[in-house]
Design a protein around this ligand. Structure first.
Ligand SMILES: Nc1nc2c(c(=O)[nH]1)N[C@@H](CN(C=O)c1ccc(C(=O)N[C@@H](CCC(=O)O)C(=O)O)cc1)CN2
Length: 288
C-alpha cells in the first residue's frame, strides 16, 4: 500500500448493530420458551461522569435488546467489604444472569477483590481471574468485552493474524492483557508495550497489527505506523479522542478503527451477547 492511501474504516457501529439484533432475537426466544427475561446487574460506585455515561449507554442498549437491566448505584465512600458483599449477593440472586462492575472504582477499593466476588458463570464482562484463565487457555468462558469486540472486528474484516507481529500498547487487566492473550491464541507474535517500554515508536513501526489501549490521547502517531498495518484504537479519552492520531495514521494503515464508532460500540454489543448466553446456560438451554 502506498503511504498516501487512505485506510479502510472498520465499522464498529454496523457490526455492533448486527450483534445486538441477533442478541435481541435470542432474548425474545428465551422469553418465549421459558418465560425468563435475561437480566444484567450493573454496579456503579460513585458518580464519575464518564462511568455514568457508559452505564447509561449500556442500560439503554439492554432495553433495546430486550434485556432487563438492574442498576445498583453505590456511594463513592463504599468500602471494599461492602462492594464485595453486594457482588456476592448478586452472584447468588437467581434472577440476575450477568453482573458488571463499572471500572474504575475509587482508589481506596481493592478492585481485584471486588471482581473476584462475581460468580464466574455471571461474569459477562470477563473480568475475573477464572474468565481470564479460561480465555487464555481457549476454554469456555466469557471474554473481557472490549478484547472480545476487537477480535470480532478483526474477524469481520478477515484479518489473518497467524505469524503477524501485534503490538499491544497498554497492559490493563480488562483490555491490554486479555487482548494480547486472544491475539496469541490466533498465532500472532505479541509484544506488550507499557509505560516502561523504552522505545515504543520502534516497536510500533515493526507491527503488522497495533492495538492501542492505554488511555493517552493520540499517543500513536501516523509516522510510526507501518505502511499497510491494521490499527485498532481502543483508547477512551475525554472528548471521544482515541489513543491513535487518526488523521495521520489512516494515511499509512490498511485498516483502522475510528473513534467514535469503532471499538466502543463493540464493547457493549459483546456485553449484551454474553448476558443472553449466560442466561441460556444458567437456564440449562445451552452448553458452555
Ligand atoms: N467493567 C467495565 N468497565 C469499563 C469497560 C468495560 O468493558 N468493562 N470499558 C471502558 C468504558 N466503556 C464501558 O464501560 C465504554 C466506553 C465507550 C463506549 C462507546 O461506545 N463509545 C462510543 C462513543 C460514546 C459517545 O458517543 O459518547 C464510541 O467509541 O463510538 C462503550 C463502552 C471502561 N470501563
Amino acid at each position: 500500500m502506498s503511504q498516501t492511501q487512505t485506510a479502510r474504516l472498520m465499522d464498529g457501529v454496523g457490526l455492533a448493530r448486527r450483534i445486538v439484533e441477533e442478541t435481541s432475537s435470542k432474548a425474545t426466544e428465551l422469553a418465549r420458551r421459558v418465560g425468563v427475561t435475561p437480566c444484567l446487574a450493573t454496579v456503579l460506585v460513585g458518580e464519575d461522569p464518564a462511568s455514568v455515561t457508559y452505564v447509561r449507554m449500556k442500560r439503554a442498549r439492554c432495553a433495546k435488546a430486550g434485556i432487563e437491566s438492574r442498576l445498583v448505584s453505590l456511594p463513592a465512600t463504599t468500602t471494599t467489604a461492602e462492594l464485595v458483599e453486594t457482588l456476592q449477593s448478586l452472584s447468588q440472586d437467581a434472577g440476575v444472569h450477568g453482573i458488571l462492575l463499572q471500572h474504575p472504582v475509587g482508589p481506596h477499593i481493592d478492585e481485584r477483590a471486588a471482581f473476584e466476588a462475581i460468580a464466574p458463570e455471571k461474569d459477562v464482562d470477563g473480568v475475573t481471574m477464572s474468565s481470564f484463565g479460561a480465555m487464555s487457555f481457549g476454554l469456555p468462558g466469557f471474554a473481557s468485552c472490549t478484547p472480545g469486540g476487537i477480535m470480532r472486528l478483526l474477524d469481520e474484516y478477515e484479518v489473518d493474524l497467524a505469524g503477524q507481529h501485534a503490538a499491544v500498547v497498554g497492559r490493563s487487566a480488562i483490555l491490554g492483557k486479555p487482548v494480547g492473550m486472544l491475539l496469541l491464541a490466533r498465532n500472532a507474535t505479541v509484544t506488550y508495550c507499557h509505560s516502561r517500554t523504552t522505545d515504543l515508536a520502534a516497536i510500533v513501526q515493526e507491527a503488522d497489527v497495533v492495538v492501542a489501549a492505554v488511555g493517552r490521547p493520540r499517543l500513536i502517531r501516523g509516522e510510526d505506523v507501518k505502511p499497510g498495518a491494521v490499527v485498532i484504537d481502543a483508547g477512551y479519552n475525554p472528548g471521544n479522542v482515541g489513543d491513535v492520531d487518526f488523521d495521520t495514521a489512516r494515511t499509512r494503515a490498511r485498516l483502522i478503527t475510528p473513534v467514535p464508532g469503532g471499538v466502543g460500540p463493540m464493547t457493549i454489543a459483546v456485553l449484551l451477547a454474553q448476558t443472553v448466553d449466560a442466561a441460556s446456560i444458567q437456564l440449562g438451554l445451552a452448553g458452555r
